[in-house]
Design a protein around this ligand. Structure first.
Ligand SMILES: Nc1ncnc2c1ncn2[C@@H]1O[C@H](COP(=O)(O)OP(=O)(O)OP(=O)(O)O)[C@@H](O)[C@H]1O
Length: 250
C-alpha cells in the first residue's frame, strides 16, 4: 500500500524518553509540514536536543510514534538509514575540512560515499560544477570558493556546513543554535539563508536568540519539561504567561 499524501513531513506523537527514570521527553507531539520552517525554543533541559536525537535515531523513545515522509517509522531505523531517508543535522560547532578549499568541501559532500582522495583528484563533471556553483551561490560563498575553509569567519563556516548538508538534498534539515557566536550581520544573513532554504525543504531550528527567531518569522514551538508548552507565532508564544515564567522572563 502506498503512503497517504499529507502535508505532514514529520509527525511525532506522544513521544517519551526516560533516562534512569527521568523524563527528558514527556508525551511530546509535534507535526512539521513539507517546506515548513519551525523554530524550537525553551529553557535549558527542556528536551530540545533529545527531540532532535529521537528524530535522527540517536536516541530511541520509550513510547510514542515518530513518522517521516509518509509511513517511515523513525523509531525502527538506525541513524544511517534515517540520514538516507533525507534528514540532515547540523550541530552547533561547524565541522568542515579546514585544509581544503570551500568548493572542495562542497564537492566532498556531493560525493560522500567515495574516498576523499579519489574525489579530489578526479575531474569534475559539468553537472558537478553546476551543482557546486548553485550550492555556493545559495550559501553566499561564491566569492570565497578558492579560500581554505579554515580561513573563513565563524558564520561563513556555518554556511559552508549548511551547504554541505544541502548537497545531500535532505527533505528535512535540523539546525542547532546557528546564531550562537555570530555577529549581528551574520545572524541576520543566516535568517535570510534559512528562509530561502525553507522554500525547498523543511527546517527545524533550535535557537535561544529571540532577535534571530523574530527574523525567521515562522511558527514557534516552546518546549518545557519534555512537552510542548506553547505553539504559534512568536508574538503569541511570547505573550503566554507560562512561557514568560519558565523561559523568556528569566
Ligand atoms: N544521556 C542522558 N542521560 C541522562 N540524562 C540526560 C541525557 N540526555 C539528556 N538528559 C537530560 O534530559 C533533559 C533534557 O535535555 P536536553 O539536552 O534534551 O535539553 P535541551 O532543551 O536541549 O537543553 P539545552 O538548551 O541546555 O541544550 C536534561 O535534564 C538533561 O540533563
Amino acid at each position: 500500500m502506498s503512503a497517504p499524501v499529507t502535508p505532514t513531513l514529520l509527525y511525532l506523537d506522544n513521544v517519551s524518553v526516560s533516562f534512569d527514570g527521568f523524563r527528558a521527553l514527556n508525551a511530546l507531539s509535534l507535526a512539521v509540514d513539507h517546506s515548513e520552517m519551525r523554530a524550537i525554543i525553551g529553557p535549558n533541559g527542556a528536551g530540545k536536543t533529545t527531540m532532535m536525537d529521537v528524530i535522527t535515531g540517536k536516541t530511541r523513545p520509550n513510547e510514542g510514534t515518530a513518522l517521516f515522509d509518509g509511513s517511515h517509522d523513525l523509531t525502527a531505523l538506525d541513524e544511517a538509514a534515517i540520514a538516507e531517508l533525507g534528514i540532515g543535522r547540523k550541530f552547533q560547532t561547524p565541522t568542515v575540512f579546514e585544509m581544503h578549499t570551500v568548493e572542495d568541501n562542497i564537492l566532498l559532500a556531493l560525493k560522500e560515499n567515495r574516498s576523499p582522495f579519489a574525489t579530489l583528484l578526479s575531474r569534475r563533471t559539468a553537472r558537478e560544477r553546476e551543482r557546486i556553483n548553485a550550492l555556493l551561490e545559495r550559501v553566499r560563498l561564491t566569492g570565497h570558493r578558492h579560500r581554505k575553509a579554515g580561513e573563513l569567519s565563524h558564520g561563513q563556516k556555518q554556511w559552508l556546513e549548511i551547504g554541505m548538508l544541502l548537497a545531500q538534498q535532505p527533505k528535512l534539515l535540523l539546525i542547532d543554535e546557528p546564531a550562537a557566536g555570530m555577529t549581528d550581520q551574520e545572524t541576520a544573513d543566516t535568517a535570510d539563508l534559512l528562509r530561502d532554504i525553507a522554500t525547498t525543504q523543511a527546517v527545524i531550528v533550535v535557537e535561544h536568540d529571540m532577535t534571530f527567531v523574530r527574523d525567521l518569522g515562522v511558527k514557534v514551538t516552546c518546549l518545557h519539561e519534555g512537552s510542548v508548552l506553547a505553539e504559534g507565532s512568536l508574538d503569541a508564544v511570547s505573550a503566554n504567561e507560562r512561557v514568560v515564567e519558565v523561559y523568556l522572563g528569566r
